[in-house]
Design a binder for this molecule. Structure first.
Ligand SMILES: [Fe+2]
Length: 439
């Protein structure tokens, strides 16, 4: 039987739901961290190695509750969904609820405080077609901006704005030439930005039963759409052509003013030359890099610039700066920066990186031999802390112990030893996204 890298090593699923209390800690957990660090990822109950795509495993959320400098508990629970795919991509706190999220039509699943499944959510009857794994929360209004899609609603990216109470208050259909896979959205203070890129629904694949019926298209083209956030309707929607590529994740976006006084929109993105062309099991046929796209709203031109030659993915910023100009971006290194596939293929996080957009420099906290980080979530030290004053939290797999740790780094002193390493009772398979949900 053919081996599948996304079922091997620490990509492979764990088989038990574990509950553990009073976890062992090396170092000191900052006492102001009272809340849960939660992370979602694929943990298939069954999978065919011939066809299993990393994006398709049943979701499992791992969580650690921090209280007063202690790690009170660890829990991992499958996300359970009675009637559709169990969301495996992100987990957020929203208005006191915990929601597991995925794109492409499956509804969010609400989890309890201790991560047991409560049931699917349609945002109180206001969500018609599933959601996205990557809503962007406007830090001023608390509104969630989302780009969603489902194959049964072709030629449309569904744009929703959800109020902080968790009900949809605006819905627009963004017209597109086909059925693209849309993983993320960007917002600025003025605009919402949509990524219409050439990974598209493939009916032949769907009919043939291929698990992920989305594939690279040489014909589809690539563009980003800009819609002013004020007003209703899509009559002011504008499209900007970019070179064909794929972007799963935008770092952040902001409005700016050009040399001639013209309005610009600056998009910082993690760009793959292509995905899902030759390799259909995961996004692993090209190396992702940090790029900046500057959209000139006067001329209609786009300037595309690669900012770093260091391969990174899973970008995050201080969420208080979503839609505003940021100085720092946080990410996880991939390919170990060597140009060679690492021990676990492309997504081995041998380091956590900070990109300084002011000095155009990248610094890395190396996780150490045989240790591999996932996405690093930035948590400000307080509501009024400056942009870099806070912590980075990431699940780190240790090949030596075959277990994982929740590692907390000082974001201002990235090269220092971790502030705290919370030892978990089992490994946490490489997965996708998480968040710290403060209490
Ligand atoms: Fe993602």
């Amino acid at each position: 039987m053919k081996s599948n890298p996304y079922l091997s090593g620490n990509f492979g699923p764990v088989t038990e739901e574990v509950t553990a209390f009073d976890l062992q800690v090396t170092g000191q957990i900052p006492a102001e961290l009272n809340g849960r660090y939660l992370r979602n990822g694929p943990n298939p109950i069954t999978a065919d190695p011939e066809t299993y795509n990393w994006f398709l495993g049943d979701g499992m959320v791992h969580g650690v509750r921090l209280q007063g400098g202690q790690a009170e508990w660890y829990r991992n629970r499958w996300v359970k969904s009675p009637d559709s795919f169990a969301p495996n991509t992100n987990v957020i706190g929203l208005n006191g609820r915990t929601l597991a999220l995925v794109e492409a039509g499956a509804p969010p699943v609400e989890l309890g405080f201790e991560l047991d499944t409560i049931g699917t959510s349609d945002f109180g009857g206001t969500l018609s077609h599933g959601y996205t794994a990557h809503p962007k929360v406007d830090p001023v209004s608390g509104e969630l901006h989302a780009a969603s899609y489902i194959w049964s609603l072709p030629n449309v990216i569904e744009y929703t704005v959800t109020g902080p109470d968790g009900t949809v208050i605006r819905r627009e259909e963004i017209p597109v030439p086909g059925s693209p896979m849309v993983h993320d959205i960007s917002i600025t203070e003025s605009s919402a930005v949509f990524y219409d890129l050439p990974v598209v629904f493939n009916l032949e694949d769907a009919m043939a039963g291929i698990g992920l019926p989305y594939a690279w298209s040489n014909d589809y083209g690539a563009r980003v759409g800009v819609l002013p956030r004020q007003g209703t309707g899509t009559d002011q929607l504008r499209w900007f052509e970019v070179n064909p590529c794929y972007v799963f994740h935008a770092v952040n976006a902001h409005d700016a003013v050009g040399a001639n006084g013209q309005q610009l929109i600056v998009l910082d993105v993690i760009r793959f030359d292509r995905v899902f062309d030759q390799s259909r099991l995961g996004p692993d046929e090209c190396i992702p890099y940090l790029w900046r796209w500057t959209l000139d709203l006067q001329s209609g031109r786009v300037t595309e610039e690669q900012l770093s030659d260091q391969p990174i993915e899973f970008p995050r910023v201080d969420e208080r700066l979503v839609g505003k100009k940021h100085r720092y971006g946080w990410a996880t290194s991939v390919y170990s920066g060597t140009g060679e596939p690492g021990a676990y293929g492309i997504f081995d996080g041998a380091s956590i990186a900070c990109y300084d957009f002011q000095t155009d420099s990248l610094t890395r906290h190396e996780m150490g031999p045989g240790r591999f980080a996932g996405e690093a979530v930035f948590v400000p030290a307080s509501e009024t802390a400056s942009e870099r004053d806070g912590y980075l939290m990431s699940m780190v797999y240790d090949t030596g112990t075959d277990r994982s740790d929740l590692v907390i780094l000082d974001a201002q002193d990235l090269l220092a030893e971790p502030l705290a390493t919370i030892h978990l009772p089992q490994r946490v398979p490489f997965g996708f996204h998480g968040n710290y949900v403060a209490e």
